[in-house]
Design a protein around this ligand. Sequence first.
Ligand SMILES: *Cc1c(COP(=O)(O)O)cnc(C)c1O
Length: 717
Amino acid sequence: MTEDVINRIRQEFPNLPERLLGLGEMAENLWWSWHPAARMVFKSLNRQVWKESLHNPDKTLKEIPTETLAEVAQDPDFLRHYDLVLSQYHKYLEKGICSMLSDTCDSDRPGIAYFSAEYGLHHSLPFYAGGLGFLAGDFIKECSDLQVPIVAVGFMYPEGYVLQRIREDGWQENLDQPLDREAASINRVLNRDGNQMVVRVPVIEPPTFVSVWKVDVGRVELYLLDTDIEVNEPWNRSISARLYSGDIEQRLRQEIVLGIGGMEVLEKLGIKFSVLHLNEGHAAFALLERIRDHIQAGLTFTEARKAVSGSTVFTTHTPVPAGHDIFPFELMGKYFHDYCTSLGLDHDSFLQLGIHPDEPQSGFNMTAFALRISGYCNGVSNRHGEVARKMWQNLWPEAGAEHVPIDFVTNGVHVPTWIEPKMELLFNKYLGPEWLKEHNNPYIWELIDEIPDGELWDTHMWLKIKLIDAIRERARRRWIEDRLNPSLMVSGGTLLDPTVLTIGFARRFTTYKRADLILYDLERLKKLLTDRWQPIQIIFAGKAHPADDPGKRILQRIVNTARDPEYGGRIAFVEDYGEQFAQYMVHGVDVWLNNPLPPLEACGTSGMKASLNGVPSLSILDGWWHEGYNGKNGWAFGNEKVEGNRDKTDAEAIYRLLEEKIIPLYYRSRNHEISHGWVAVMKEAIKTCGSQFSARRMVLEYLNKFYEKALQNRVPD
Ligand SMILES: *Cc1c(COP(=O)(O)O)cnc(C)c1O
């Protein structure tokens, strides 16, 4: 540790004895979040404090009594583990970020700048809404593991966390829970004078400033912009208050701050990079700043655009119209009036950059803009690539649909983050202790067959019980603290039974995901739920966007069905879905249900997380399941075209698969034997996900398909 770091740690954690300063150091880097041994060190300080802190090392260290710390500093058992983990942490950091791409990268110049409006890294950092955020979080964690030279930029959302509460009538309420910036693994970025760095965002009038924070994600630095500072006027202060403001003008201002402000922050930090990667269109205004930089260096607009194009990667993430921001021309005029001039463009040619030819009057379309300017574009699954090429075909009128320059890289999940630690130990035993280091070697996954069925099943059962315990514990708290109506205790999951076949459904409650599809024919479902010998149960979780009333209605219908005694307490809705509960869910249910309206799920990643832990999918053929389903690793339906409303067809397909395939296979056991047929499906699910749907495979594909080429095109300073 440098003297600076030591002093900072001493200041931040005044109660830490010198012998344990390394705890402060580790608490400040999210490396702990994907290294269970590191989490164990914090947990072993004091289980209760750890639990109360919601597994947050920073908070744990701040709240733990000084005497406890003094005691453990003398405890040889504790110190042995502490010293080992700390040395592993140091070893991890020693290796810089340049081993990949070593010929195109030097240590003072990260190769790639990655911009994203959300990052899902850990539940203590509420900077995500759903899949897009977790994709970005998993992506930079994997870049850290692979030593890919990347720097990331995003938003600090001080009100990012809205607690979900279900009201007496089953309606979702949102309670604000302002983030305590001091009790999380986030640090201020300081100027030389010791004050926090504050940067003025170009373009926005009245002047707007962002303060700069940093999250260390292993070897990767993630810079966060925060407009909630005193120098800003109130309206500007709230620009970064929360994700995806519903107010269109505020939304535009958010995107200006992220794209243009983000570029300015990198500049002020002295961070140079060669390739820009835009994770979805929210940050696409960064492209304008890059063009402007080149123009200031003497290029014409056309030359500058070409240079930027050759070194930009853009990933589009959804075919859902609401996922693409379109800003009215008047608003664009209001904010970019002078900016166009600095690009050497008149107002009209500027607006042309963001026009979607299919609806030229609708406004400035951020995705159309990003696709036009970026030289390397991709969707997030094979199928989504096809859908995106059709959707944006008219941006390239001269190309046939198959020649539209939108490629694909299928998403993947960060294996060390999503593998359950007990499952990891089991794999250590049969795949060899190096399996995690080498998890992109497909041969490793063949060794899954070595695991005795009984051991895999026992591990799974243990995780299922853990899930149900966690649900009961949450319900108990609500029972004590809020004296809830008992029927809400039932819908909260208190009657769940670990011996029953358990289906999980958890994701954002947005209409296209059709959370209530399985309730389509309640009579037929009721028979399955309440069968005397072979019942099933369903656990739901997920939040509707605070402005999404149709989403809230679906949620209300599920809650009110769950509390109806007709269904035997075998449906549960668990409040406040986030990263922590997602971990329990994807580890602990038996089947992962996924039934969006095709082709709207660009990829989907929660099914991959489940599959990795031996939880097979029952999924419609959309997104990743087109590539993932192999006939043995789960169940598929819905490939056929249906005219009009397809809910009935799809719901019936789900009932049929449950009745004819899934339930009989699950309960097929004699004399208290386990169902070997079921365990075979579990094993196949693990193999598919491990070898094909890891973030490691994904990041390497971005490298091979785009980054290496884009780095060749970089413009020397
Ligand atoms: C993985 C994940 C998601 C994304 O799930 P999809 O299946 O892609 O919708 C959303 N929320 C949380 C908390 C997650 O962990």
